[in-house]
Design a protein around this ligand. Structure first.
Ligand SMILES: Cc1ncc(C[n+]2csc(CCOP(=O)(O)OP(=O)(O)O)c2C)c(N)n1
Ligand SMILES: [Mg+2]
Length: 593
């Protein structure tokens, strides 16, 4: 190296360090050779090699979702770069910073329609918050710095294509800087007290208030719960935001729509007032969730979100925790109301049903008893990396989370195959915490070659695979909409053998009687540093659908035969429609007249 010089790639790594980056996920290639050379000589940034670039992109993405630094993934020019796309799209839809570095042919070979040359940036035009090709070598650290700044400030994916020769070139040691360490502490705006007072007045007059709590308030569970208790407003959370609340809180009615609880799905159609906190629940508009709501208050830190999902009667620009505390301070306390009592009874009825399924002690294994064993053996601060499929829905119902946990998935883009990559990143950044990957067999089938990545880098996690030999989440939908249940079943390999072939420990379990012992041993081995795979061979029972119109319990809407068939199919003899609890309390239904 010449005096006072540094390669552009090494300079780029120095810039990334200012953003807290200690890991780059990917697979090497010729178009990444200058980056790989710099990584080989760097002491602080590790190259975490995966077996599929999509796994790398999803791991990088989940790293930030689990509270780590901006994740960085790389893909070789052409096919490696296109493999990153699911991570990039999820980052866009889940407002997550991500840096995707695309390799590229040397600059003198561009525009020749030669080997692996693709016009790569346009693929990400619709989603990236920053999307550039580096133009000359000394610009490389600058562009990377800009990309990180954009990804973090604009909460989304930044894409940078680097012609490979630039990374080898020497640039002036003093010609660049990284801006990642500069203070960017966000100071929440002062609340508009007029709007706070409006909100308080609306809540003081509400007969059937509901708090709709989104991920914007993930750290505000304690204040929001206090508010809920004070004004006797049940909490509906979004699928993303379960860990914000204590599982056992009697006023927590779960989430609405398909990935949801019966309670939330019913409560929202009976409520008259919604306090929408840090929330962007997309199904609310599409499925007319708020059709019976009269007053709507929204709190959001993002001015763009205010009014996005519903017309507003009070609009508070601000931090959820600060705003909820301000409302809490001013609002009138409410003694137990008929609304609250009906909500709590209905909620208990649902929880009893879930407990019954989880607590079965013998017979063919269902997914419920697997969750029961997870809840029993999970550490109180366990991290859950959840896939897309039935496991998204059932984890919201059966994992007993609290604010000590973290649980993350791909909520809006909803890409399968995210749990295992998520576990890689979660364990890397949280080596002392227990990490669970919970997924279906279809999802595991997309990414299981990367179990060995956990083994190779000593990132021991617990993989729970719900094996039902089908894409059940889709089959269940087809049951409601299609003539045929077509293309939804498949043959599974032996996942215990697949685990062991990769140096992990595998278990197979298919009886309720055995799940406790298997889970206990798996957790013990994991504590000793083993990655484990539990192939939980569950029955093909469909978890109960609770969104309208599949929730078939109320005689005002369904025939006795339909209700009996629903109850029998889902072992739900004891479930009672919310309307009856309302009537017990002397209230009329606003949904079924
Ligand atoms: C990458 C991707 N492909 C397809 C889908 C559509 N999809 C959503 S859930 C699902 C089935 C998941 O099956 P599995 O992982 O076996 O879980 P199960 O529902 O059976 O528990 C499919 C195919 C998707 N969301 N993502
Ligand atoms: Mg399946």
């Amino acid at each position: 190296m010449s005096q006072g010089k540094i390669t552009a790639s090494a300079a780029m790594l120095n810039v990334l360090k200012t953003w807290g980056v200690d890991t780059i996920y990917g697979i090497p290639s010729g178009t990444l050779s200058s980056l790989m050379d710099a990584l080989a000589e760097d002491q602080d940034i590790r190259f975490l090699q995966v077996r599929h670039e999509e796994t790398g992109a999803l791991a990088a993405l989940m790293q930030a979702k689990f509270g780590g630094s901006i994740g960085v993934c790389v893909g070789s020019g052409g096919p490696g770069a296109t493999h990153l796309i699911n991570g990039i799209y999820d980052a866009a839809m889940d407002a997550t910073p991500l840096l995707a570095i695309l390799g590229s042919r040397p600059v003198n070979e561009l525009n020749m329609d030669a080997f692996q040359e693709l016009n790569q940036n346009p693929m990400y035009n619709g989603v990236a918050v920053y999307n550039k090709r580096v133009a000359y070598a000394s610009q490389l650290p600058k562009v990377i710095d800009e990309a990180c700044r954009a990804a973090i400030a604009k909460k989304g994916p930044a894409v940078v294509e680097i012609p490979v020769n630039f990374g080898f070139e020497e640039i002036d040691e003093n010609s660049y800087y990284g801006s990642g360490t500069y203070d960017r502490t966000f100071v929440a705006p002062a609340l508009n007290e007029v709007e706070v007072d409006k909100a308080v007045e609306i809540l003081n007059n509400a007969k059937r208030p509901v708090i709709y709590a989104g991920f914007g308030g993930v750290g505000a569970g304690d204040v929001v719960t206090e508010l809920s208790r004070k004004i006797k407003a049940p909490i509906i959370t979004t699928g993303k935001n379960f860990e914000a609340f204590e599982w056992n809180y009697e006023g927590l009615t779960g989430s609405a729509y398909r990935v949801g609880w019966k309670s939330a799905n019913e409560v929202i159609f009976e409520a008259d007032t919604v306090l929408f906190l840090g929330c962007n629940f997309p199904f609310s508009e599409v499925y007319n969730t708020f059709k019976n709501v009269e007053k709507f208050i929204q709190v959001d830190i993002d001015p763009y979100k205010l009014g996005k999902r519903h017309a507003l009667d009070a609009s508070i620009l601000g931090d959820v925790k600060v705003a909820a505390a301000a409302i809490l301070d001013k609002v009138n306390p409410v003694e137990s109301t008929p609304w609250w009592r009906a909500v709590v009874k209905n909620n208990q009825n649902w929880r009893d049903y879930m407990n019954k399924l989880e607590g079965k002690t013998e017979g063919e294994l269902q997914l419920y008893q697997v969750y029961n064993a997870i809840n029993k053996y999970a550490d109180e601060n366990a991290i859950y990396s959840i896939d897309v499929g039935n496991s998204t829905q059932t984890s919201t119902r059966h994992l007993h989370m609290t604010p000590k946990n973290m649980w993350r998935t791909s909520p809006l883009f909803a890409t399968m195959g995210i749990a295992l990559p998520g576990g890689i990143a979660a364990k890397k950044d949280n080596p002392d915490r227990q990490v669970w990957n919970i997924m279906g067999d279809g999802a595991f089938g997309m990414c299981y070659p990367d179990v060995i990545t956990n083994v190779q880098y000593n990132l021991p996690v617990i993989n729970v695979v719900f094996s039902n030999s089908e894409y059940a989440f889709i089959k269940n939908k087809y049951e409601d909409t299609n003539k045929h249940l077509f293309g939804v079943d498949f043959t599974n390999p032996d996942y215990k053998m697949i685990a062991e072939a990769q140096g992990a420990v595998g278990f197979t379990v298919d009886r309720i009687e055995d799940i406790d012992a298997v889970m206990k041993e798996a957790v013990e081995l994991n504590k000793q540093g083993k990655t484990v795979v539990i192939d939980a061979r569950i029955t093909q029972h469909r978890p109960i659908p609770v969104e309208a119109p599949e929730l078939r319990l109320d005689p005002k809407a369904y025939s006795a035969e339909e209700i009996a068939a629903y109850k029998e199919k889902y072992e739900a003899e004891e479930l009672v429609p919310f309307r009856l609890f309302l009537e017990e309390e002397g209230l009329e239904s606003r949904n079924y007249q």
